[in-house]
Design a protein around this ligand. Structure first.
Ligand SMILES: Nc1ncnc2c1ncn2[C@@H]1O[C@H](COP(=O)(O)OP(=O)(O)OP(=O)(O)O)[C@@H](O)[C@H]1O
Ligand SMILES: [Mg+2]
Length: 640
């Protein structure tokens, strides 16, 4: 064999192996997807339980609304039948057989009166009595979800699978609860209508029932179609989330500046195009399958069932006179109704399955037991300032590959002023989050007054702290609300003014149209105030002055302040914090000079500690960083 042929042969073999591997991979992927989807389906018992849960939500808000909704259907469905098929048959038959018209007129009058009564009461109920019921049910659902959202630990927000459920629960809860109600309403309507029409058909000719039952054979096609629909919705979710994010970057104020710089908007438009392509790919993936399902259903329904029954009825009427003309007309109408109701009953059960699946996320979220909560024998935290100890604390964020805090042990005496310094990413903010018990340590323990903080009730423990976060947020509410961060009470105006004075924000706030009652941001108020970042930070700092907690934590409190404001704020804070513990984090090491104790963090560990003098004498990393900053201020050669 020539060398060229050998190479070509090897290439062919390699291609065959690659193709086989790709096929095997595709098969494995499909199997995995199938298993995943199978897992997503709920057992019947759980479906029923979720449906009952949804109905229970509505009942708990308004039993009257609930009862009326269904009683209405129970009355309306038979009336609809009696004023439709049944009436037509009666009229035609009485004309055909020459019966007195009086019976028809009496029947008509009774039906008209009943319809009138039901319509009037319906109108009154829906437009007057139950106005606002929708909103009431919506608000009750949201309230439950929001309360739970405020209880779950921060780690939940960082776990994608949990966060997905949370977002879905928020998106779907109300809608799904109401959809369960509508589906049940449809079920009742269709069952009653089916029963009335089948009874009539059976009375006319029992053979007709066979035609009516034919759509049941198409039940599996309907289930398949519903499954396709659900899969399609589930597959769309991640793409929709990405698309919503892109939209947010175009309309939210916080992105507006960056979007105008460089070419970010083109980059985002590209992302939008990518989501469009993904949507199209999904449509292609499901479009044909859904079309095939529809063809089968349409042909099965209209051609086989309705046409078959019609031909049979016409044949019986014309050939041997086994049916009256009235019966024949009713068959045409009722057979469509029966087959429609039957096939839709199958859909109705599939719909319950679909609602139950979405409600499962809602229930998962509502039933979630927060991991950070009061232990059984929790006691209130001490009211006075107490020592804080960390003993060999390690911590790793959910899903992270490495520990962020490693074996941290430190002691903070009651009333001490502590500076926590270190490079970006060294773990300072994480340490604060553990102190606040926003996370539990992965190992070791945090103690207050010699007792593990998990032994204290969560609320009383968090009351120990006033904290200004590095990534503080302003709410679109009044300045006073933003300072107090709680429900207002008497005497608050003085407290807010005092706090704003101490943090250096008062002068600016006093110049606003409505002083401390001015709304921050213009999102909901044309007279709202848009403040500079530094001004906002001063308002955030006022939060610490407004609380009398034994411990104050300030994470980068002066990052946006000018040097004069920073100096005044620190002086005021130290005065106001007399007798309280202050822990502050700052990259400006000049503010650490007066601290009683400084902890230097590096790579999740405490690598140096002591007061400023001790650390400078030690000549380690702190001294190096301090000198570097001082040089930048006063020029090279400056001494500490
Ligand atoms: N929610 C989170 N999930 C996963 N990792 C996180 C999370 N928050 C912070 N980290 C990681 O933990 C490390 C420490 O972050 P931390 O915010 O505590 O640093 P820091 O010392 O406060 O930094 P800076 O000075 O920039 O504020 C970083 O490497 C960061 O990537
Ligand atoms: Mg930080």
């Amino acid at each position: 064999m020539k060398e060229v042929d050998v190479i070509a042969d090897k290439d062919k073999k390699a291609t065959r192996v690659e193709k086989a591997a790709a096929r095997a991979e595709k098969k494995a992927r499909k199997k995995k997807e199938k298993e995943k989807k199978k897992k997503e389906r709920l057992p019947r018992g759980r479906t029923l339980s979720n449906v009952i849960f949804a109905l229970g939500q509505i009942w708990s808000v308004s039993p009257g609304y609930f009862i009326f909704y269904f009683v209405n259907t129970f009355l309306y469905a038979p009336l609809d039948f009696l004023s439709g098929s049944f009436l037509i048959r009666m009229i035609v038959n009485s004309v055909e057989s020459g019966q007195p018209r009086r019976n028809v007129i009496i029947y008509l009058s009774v039906i008209a009166a009943a319809t009138l009564v039901i319509n009037v009461s319906n109108n009154y109920y829906w437009n007057v009595l139950s106005a606002g019921k929708y909103q009431e049910i919506d608000a009750a659902m949201r309230r439950k979800l929001f309360i739970k959202a405020s209880q779950v630990e921060l780690a939940c927000y960082e776990t994608p699978s949990f966060y997905d459920k949370y977002v879905k629960a928020m998106d779907e809860a109300y809608d799904r609860v109401m959809k369960v109600m509508r589906t049940l309403d449809n079920l009742i309507w269709r069952t009653v209508t089916l029963f009335c029409n089948s009874f009539l058909l059976f009375a006319i000719d029992p053979v007709l029932i066979i035609f009516g039952l034919l759509p049941l054979l198409l039940g599996f096609v309907r289930s398949w179609k519903n499954k396709l629909k659900h899969d399609h919705i589930a597959d769309r979710k991640p793409v929709e989330r990405r698309q919503k994010y892109v939209r947010r970057t175009f309309y939210l104020n916080e992105y507006a500046k960056e979007m105008r710089l460089g070419d970010m908007h083109t980059r985002m438009l590209g992302e939008l195009e990518r989501t469009r392509r993904d949507f199209c790919a999904l449509i292609r993936k499901y479009g044909w399958k859904r079309a095939i399902a529809d063809y089968i259903l349409d042909i099965g329904m209209s051609v086989v069932t309705v046409l078959g029954a019609t031909l049979y009825a016409v044949w019986r009427t014309l050939s041997d006179g086994g049916m009256t003309i009235g019966d024949c007309i009713v068959v045409l109408n009722s057979i469509s109704v029966v087959s429609y109701c039957l096939s839709n009953l199958v859909t109705t059960f599939a719909e319950f399955g679909e609602h139950a699946l979405f409600l499962e996320d809602v229930r998962y979220f509502l039933d979630y037991e927060p991991k950070i909560k009061d232990s059984e024998n929790a006691v209130p935290a001490p009211e006075n300032c107490a020592d804080i100890d960390l003993e060999d604390v390690t911590f790793r964020y959910e899903g992270a590959e490495d520990d962020t805090l490693r074996g941290i042990s430190l002691h903070i005496g009651a009333g001490e002023r502590i500076a926590l310094v270190g490079q970006n990413g060294s773990g300072k903010t994480t340490l604060v989050k553990l102190l606040l018990r926003l996370y539990n340590p992965t190992g070791g323990s945090v103690k207050l007054d010699g007792r593990d903080i998990r032994d204290y009730t969560l609320d009383s423990y968090r009351d120990e702290y006033a904290c200004v976060f590095q990534d503080f947020k302003m709410f679109s509410m009044s300045v006073a609300d933003n300072v107090l961060l709680r429900l207002p009470k008497d005497g608050d105006a003085e407290l807010v003014e005092y706090s704003l004075r101490e943090s250096g924000a008062y002068e600016r706030v006093a110049r606003l149209d409505h002083g401390i009652e001015t709304t921050l941001t213009r999102e909901f108020d044309d007279h709202g105030a848009n403040l500079s970042v530094g001004e906002q930070q001063k308002i955030a700092l006022a939060r610490a002055f407004a609380r009398t907690s034994p411990v104050i934590i300030l994470d980068e409190p002066s990052s946006a302040l000018d040097p004069i404001a920073e100096h005044t704020m620190f002086e005021n804070m130290m005065k106001a914090a007399e007798g309280r513990t202050v822990i502050f984090i700052s990259h400006r090491l000049s503010s650490a000079v007066d601290a009683d104790h400084i902890f230097l963090m590096d790579g999740g560990r405490i690598t140096e500690e002591g007061n400023h003098r001790e650390l400078m004498e030690k000549g380690g990393k702190y001294a190096e960083m301090f000198r570097l900053q001082a040089e930048n201020y006063v020029g090279k050669g400056a001494d500490a």
